[in-house]
Design a protein around this ligand. Structure first.
Ligand code: C5P
Length: 219
């Protein structure tokens, strides 16, 4: 097989995007950060002062939202670079709320499938292996303890110059996990044919090596 499609799902802040980026780089594949797309919808609602809980109001904004992903992880929303702005805590919580709306999901899922056409892609999110790309050749379910995820996200925020409080992050991650796992539409769950990797006690290099090994078994 030439180029495969890789799905990485898992709870918030499990390091999916870091791993996905590194693996994509090694394989010369395209990385698609689907969480960033839900974040863009939440961010757009936020700047237009539409309450995240106002489903109708949020869905009415979709027609005005154009998301582009540029190389280097740059996220463009209507031609504006929002890569940093969408990482704010308020937007994370908003993304978790708006991702429960079926119109938001179908709007983004169809774009994700379009971007993934032809393979040679690695997508990370919550529903990639179960809904977006159920036929992906390799599905990974990446988990880590909540303690470990909170510490990693805290460090990441500080590096990015974003205000950060460890206890707040832990609470926010637990809330988002609960919302993502219990929502009616496309809840976060491990696909039957996904391989689970618990990265709590693994270094980045170890996780990448594990994924690369799984990839090589599929090629
Ligand atoms: O992955 P990230 O933390 O950036 O995702 C932000 C939020 O977007 C998640 O908490 C989840 O609610 C939603 N999401 C989703 N489906 C995806 C990716 C993200 O519902 N495929």
């Amino acid at each position: 097989m030439d180029k495969i499609s890789i799905a990485i799902d898992g709870p918030a802040a499990a390091g999916k995007s870091t791993i996905a980026k590194m693996v994509a780089n090694n394989l010369n594949y395209t990385y698609i950060d689907t969480g960033a797309m839900y974040r863009c919808v939440a961010y757009y609602a936020f700047i237009h002062q539409v309450d995240f809980h106002d489903e109708e109001g949020v869905c009415n904004l979709l027609k005005d939202i154009k998301i582009n992903m540029l190389p280097g992880g740059i996220i463009m929303l209507n031609n504006q670079d929002v890569s940093m702005a969408i990482r704010e805590n308020e937007v994370s919580m908003g993304a978790s709320i708006v991702s429960g709306y079926s119109r938001v999901r179908s709007f983004l899922v169809s774009q994700q499938r379009d971007m993934a056409k032809g393979g040679g892609v690695i997508l990370d999110g919550r529903d990639i292996g179960t809904v977006v790309l159920p036929d992906a050749e390799l599905k990974i379910y990446q988990v880590a303890s909540i303690e470990c995820r909170a510490i990693r996200r805290h460090k990441e925020n500080l590096e990015r110059g974003i205000d950060s409080d460890l206890e707040e992050i832990k609470k926010e991650i637990a809330e988002r996990d609960h919302a993502d796992m219990t929502r009616e539409i496309s809840p976060l769950k491990k696909a039957d044919d996904a391989i689970e990797i618990d990265t709590s006690d693994m270094s980045l290099d170890e996780v990448v090596a594990t994924v690369m090994d799984l990839v090589s078994q599929k090629l």
